[in-house]
Design a protein around this ligand. Structure first.
Ligand SMILES: NC(=O)c1ccc[n+]([C@@H]2O[C@H](COP(=O)([O-])OP(=O)(O)OC[C@H]3O[C@@H](n4cnc5c(N)ncnc54)[C@H](OP(=O)(O)O)[C@@H]3O)[C@@H](O)[C@H]2O)c1
Length: 297
């Protein structure tokens, strides 16, 4: 298959962190030549350039021109770095990788003639050198020319671009944060309970993480109502009652359990026993079981 034309463009990545390096590796693996990597300091630029076998630079020494410029810096730095670079470089298309910010965060580069877009790969990059964009969902918004280029770039890297409204970005990103960090936080509460039940921490973490990832995989394949397992979806009322008893005194655990059980009931409505289960859950997500609140009064 011929190499996608976009891979012949010159690409400079600013920010040799987790997301920037994953993009750099994907671009090189797809057959693109990286024109430069820009770090905050000469040392970080040199180190990243050595690893990627390209030119390293800082904002002060960045190439004066490129086709594609990608800011892979922390969200809070995007506007400042765009301002800093606008005085020193001119590019045709500028992207940032933030899920929450819109393309307008790059406005100073538009005043130098760039078309702007945000490209958000919906993936958790942790710094592992095997991480890349292959198979990623990439949310794209911004100017029409830059959005089309973002779609071509995503496709060339084996990812799939989806256009998203600028106004929807913060909520889209909040959803992503809940799905990723929220799942981890939920696991942290669940692991604590499993350890208190007698499992060694390492085994509990591995086993519950595996269970969560199997459950998540099922939700990708089927509607929620079909994918849910567990006593609430099955309407095993006595098991739900036993869970409540076993976790009494664990306020966070019970609050989460009740809130999520209500979501399961809503998604599996019509299976019966809903009134009984709601009665078991009543008040748990208000912070303390009824009996404990009565004792405090
Ligand atoms: N990690 C993810 O899973 C992920 C996924 C999707 C999108 N994103 C987005 O990608 C962007 C970067 O996130 P990240 O997780 O990769 O952060 P990160 O690992 O902290 O990397 C940020 C990089 O930017 C560099 N930097 C900061 N200021 C700079 C400047 N003025 N000039 C050049 N480089 C500068 C940092 O250098 P120093 O270390 O020297 O400060 C660091 O190398 C964010 O917008 C984030 O929302 C991240």
């Amino acid at each position: 298959m011929p190499r996608p034309a976009i891979l012949r463009r010159s690409l400079v990545i600013v920010g040799p962190g987790r997301a920037g390096l994953a993009l750099a590796r994907s671009w090189i693996a797809a057959g693109g030549k990286l024109s430069g990597i820009v770090g905050r300091t000469p040392g970080s630029a040199r180190e990243a350039a050595r690893r990627l076998r390209t030119a390293g630079a800082t904002a002060a020494t960045v190439r004066p021109e490129c086709d594609l410029l990608v800011l892979a810096v922390p969200d809070d730095r995007v506007a400042d770095v765009a301002r800093e670079l606008a005085g020193r470089t001119r590019c045709r298309i500028a992207f940032h990788l933030s899920g929450a910010l819109t393309a307008s965060a790059l406005a100073p580069l538009a005043r130098r003639g760039a078309s702007l877009a945000s490209l958000h790969p919906l993936r958790a990059f942790t710094g592992d050198p095997r991480e890349n964009w292959r198979g990623a969902f990439v949310a794209i918004e911004g100017d029409p020319i830059a959005v089309r280029t973002g779609e071509r770039l995503s496709e060339a890297l084996g990812a799939t671009g989806y256009r998203i409204d600028s106004a929807g970005k913060p909520l889209y990103h909040a959803a992503a944060a809940l799905a990723a960090g929220g799942t981890m936080a939920l696991l942290s509460v669940a692991v604590r309970a499993a350890v208190d039940a007698g499992l060694p921490h390492k085994q509990a973490r591995a086993a519950l993480a595996r269970l969560a990832s199997e459950a998540a995989a099922a939700t990708a394949l089927r509607p929620f109502a079909e994918a849910f397992t567990g006593p609430v979806a099955r309407r095993d009322v006595e098991t739900v009652r036993a869970h409540r008893r076993a976790a009494s005194g664990r306020r966070d655990f019970l609050a989460l359990y009740a809130r999520l059980a209500r979501e399961i009931l809503a998604e599996t409505a019509g299976r019966g026993s809903e009134v009984q289960i709601r009665a078991i859950l009543v008040d748990l997500d208000k912070g303390a079981p009824r009996a404990a609140r009565r004792r405090r009064r």
